[in-house]
Unconditional design. Structure first.
Length: 231
């Protein structure tokens, strides 16, 4: 059974996993804006329509750049760590201004960032939909029941432990799904596995998908932003 071409994938080949429209292309999950070059080989892909493939690009770039700006404390291209983010800020003053408008300082000089929450949420839910479809061949087109987006550093030790320790599924995934293959062939997807997490790129992007009665997708961006989406 080839994990890159599983028969369960055929079930959702007729529609975009993000909106349900007719698919005309494929989309990487994770989007490459969240990864550094050189990109990992054979990044997971899912079926997508043209609108979803391109419609999230500006917001995904915003979130990727926002995270690096928050980590560095500045929107100055010379201060950020990632070369990709540096280029984006240099080439798009409008993007830099979009991020900078959410930056402020309190009376003690502490920097406070207020992100565009609707934009961030839509990107995270889009990424989670892609991972759910790729892993379990079960697209989630409905609105999620729960979305959590919080910096790792703001979690208590108890909250961090609960987030990192993934919920166990009560049974086996569907035969023919990628999740089923992963149970029996460790590392079959070509990426590192750490405690049930799939590490697409160390320090940059990791995710996990489980079904303990519902579909739970967890994502960590740049070892800074922790995300959980539940259907």
């Amino acid at each position: 059974m080839d994990p890159r071409n599983l028969f369960a994938d055929e079930r959702y080949a007729a529609f975009c996993v993000f909106c349900g429209a007719k698919p005309t292309t494929r989309e990487h999950v994770a989007s490459r804006v969240f990864l550094d070059e050189p990109f990992p080989d054979d990044l997971p892909v899912v079926f997508s329509c043209h609108e979803c493939n391109n419609g999230f690009s500006r917001d995904e770039e915003y979130l990727a750049c926002l995270i690096d700006c928050v980590v560095s404390g500045s929107t100055d291209p010379a201060s950020v760590q990632r070369e990709k983010v540096r280029r984006s800020l240099q080439h798009s003053p409008a993007l830099a201004a979009r991020i900078a408008v959410g930056r402020s300082e309190d009376g003690s000089g502490t920097v406070i960032w207020k992100p565009q929450e609707d934009c961030v949420r839509s990107v995270i839910v889009k990424l989670a939909r892609g991972h759910a479809a790729h892993q379990y061949s079960e697209p989630r087109l409905e609105e999620p029941e729960h979305v959590m987006i919080v910096p790792l550093m703001r979690m208590s030790a108890e909250q961090r432990g609960a987030f990192e320790n993934l919920p166990e599924s009560p049974g086996w995934p569907e035969i023919g799904s990628r999740a089923f293959v992963n149970m029996f062939v460790v590392g079959n997807d070509g990426y590192d596995a750490e405690g049930g997490w799939t590490v697409l790129q160390k320090g940059r992007y990791r995710y996990a998908v489980s079904q303990p009665g519902e579909t739970v997708v967890r994502i960590v961006l740049s070892e800074y932003l922790a995300c959980e989406v539940v259907w």
